[in-house]
Design a protein around this ligand. Structure first.
Ligand code: 173
Length: 496
């Protein structure tokens, strides 16, 4: 490959002759413009220029290398021709950097909600909208929290709780917490190190990270950052091209991944309206990104980059997965006893009772609520707990008390996604480590007060879940509806 000056690259800045620079390499993307899932406009904004900064957070490092035919790999930029441009910060970026510099010290962070409050202030609007958004009226995302509040403890006393232990084993892997890091996509929107913040913190605290298919960091970058033998799981979006999925899964197994979590609740991505609106109002390019005919204006980043996901995935595919890997297979996003039993009978090793953090089917029930019926159904298949079949729960978990409620009701362990994501947005790896320590403190206190010395001592009679199925009282508000609804008025008195 040849060495090119930046001036030479700059002369290819037209729609019919478009080169861009990514990570110091020059690519001819002219023929790819109309195929780009994010639309051609965003690429054209960088025609003849370095696009690395825009490319980085939303593409795995190899995406461009793998997607462009070799003859479009034009060459390498001659570093001596690169003029370092001091980036002009917008007023908004300056304001946010000042806020980040003045963020509360980690000592002031007392619980996982605090991380979220800080993230909301310091994150770029686009990142906050993408991370925090949920589908439609955002009823389910709120219900995920509310459900935990409808379960009450029935603590036991006088049990000598001088020593309490909340460590456990998840799919055969030791974990210091009955919690794993659930997959969340696009970590670099929140912090330059993206998912590596989680990997490094998890290594230090013996917590298991589930690697997302759509991480900002590549799979191998994450594995390379992990410690030898560090247990990791993989979240899988199944590609329409099964040979790609097969290669990915087998590569993961070879690199030592200990569990395959196949996402089954997202044949199509939910409409996250907060995220969608952001595309219209944010940077000038954002709105134009979607002007391309192939990607509708309301698609947003997540939908655009998710077009590879195969909506035809079905129960008949499970034996194929079993045939390509020996990793435990877990179906992520099961929501009914009917499907839980189908999963059990299909011979997978577990299920995650999840509604995808409220980002998929709105007004679907919380994983916690589903747990009750699903455990009852699984008990009809044999002894419970079943060491060969794990039942995980995620969604809305922010406190050790939430986790303990799920475990008492039969969950094997619990996933936290956004909670840890928000922890690294403002504080990087240290934030995630602090989140683990906070949860540890909460486990110690709650287990003492509950009278459970080990997680095995958590039993269903330690919680009162009788209100869990009642969707009145703590029913989340339909915010959009409330703000457009005009209240009826009683008879009006004439003025004066
Ligand atoms: O919830 C999500 O945003 C998600 O799972 C996803 C799926 C595809 C692309 C990016 C994110």
């Amino acid at each position: 490959m040849s060495m090119l000056s930046t001036t030479a690259v700059a002369s290819h800045s037209a729609r019919n002759d478009c080169w861009i620079i990514v990570h110091g390499k020059v690519y001819d993307v002219t023929d790819f413009l109309d195929e780009h899932p994010g639309g051609s406009k965003i690429i054209l904004k960088y025609a003849g220029k370095d696009a690395t900064e825009a490319y980085e957070p939303i593409h795995p490092p190899n995406a461009i290398i793998d997607n462009l035919p070799l003859e479009k790999h034009i060459g390498t930029v001659d570093p001596s021709t690169v003029v370092k441009v001091v980036k002009q910060l917008t007023e908004e970026e300056k304001r946010r950097q000042a806020l980040l510099a003045n963020r509360p010290s980690l000592d002031e962070i007392i619980n996982l909600h605090d991380f979220e409050a800080v993230a909301k202030v310091v994150l770029p609007d686009k990142a906050w909208a993408y991370y925090s958004s949920a589908s439609d009226d955002e009823i389910t995302i709120r219900e995920n929290r509310a459900a935990f509040q409808r379960v009450w403890f029935r603590p036991r006393v006088l049990r000598d709780v001088s020593v309490v232990d909340w460590s456990t084993t998840i799919l055969g892997q030791k974990s210091s917490l009955p919690v794993y890091i659930s997959a969340t996509a696009l970590g670099k929107l929140g912090h330059p190190d993206g998912e590596l913040n989680l990997t490094r913190a998890a290594a230090k605290h013996n917590v298991i990270q589930m690697i997302p298919t759509l991480a900002s960091c590549s799979f191998d970058e994450i594995l390379d950052a992990a410690q030898p033998g560090q247990p990791l799981f993989l979240q899988l979006y199944v590609n329409r091209d099964r040979s790609i999925t097969k290669k990915y899964v087998q590569h993961a197994e070879k690199r030592g991944v200990k569990g395959l979590f196949i996402t089954v609740d997202a044949p199509q991505l939910g409409r996250r309206e907060k995220d969608m609106r952001m595309k219209f109002v944010d940077d000038g390019a954002g709105a134009k990104v979607q002007e391309n005919m192939k990607v509708k204006k309301d698609e947003g980043v997540a939908r655009a980059i998710s077009s590879f996901i195969d909506p035809s995935l079905c129960w008949d595919d499970i034996p194929w997965f079993r045939s390509i890997t020996k990793m435990p297979i877990i179906l992520k996003g099961v929501a009914t006893p009917e499907d839980a039993l189908l999963a059990y009978d299909a011979g997978v090793q577990g299920i995650v009772l999840s509604n995808h953090g409220g980002r998929q089917l709105d007004t679907s029930r919380s994983g916690l609520e589903n747990l009750i019926d699903i455990v009852a159904a699984l008990k009809t298949r044999g002894p419970w707990p079943n060491p060969k079949f794990s039942v995980f729960v995620d969604g809305g978990v922010r406190r050790a008390s939430d986790v303990l409620k799920a475990l008492a009701l039969g969950a094997t362990a619990v996933g936290i996604g956004r909670g840890f994501l928000y922890a690294f947005c403002a504080y990087g790896q240290e934030g995630v480590e602090k989140a683990f320590r906070i949860l540890g403190d909460e486990f110690e206190m709650n287990m003492r007060l509950l009278g459970a010395r080990t997680l095995k001592e958590l039993t269903p009679d330690m919680v009162d879940a009788s209100a869990l199925h009642s969707h009145v009282g703590l029913t989340p508000n339909d915010n959009l509806y409330s703000s457009v609804y005009q209240p009826l008025r009683t008879a009006q008195f004439k003025d004066g």
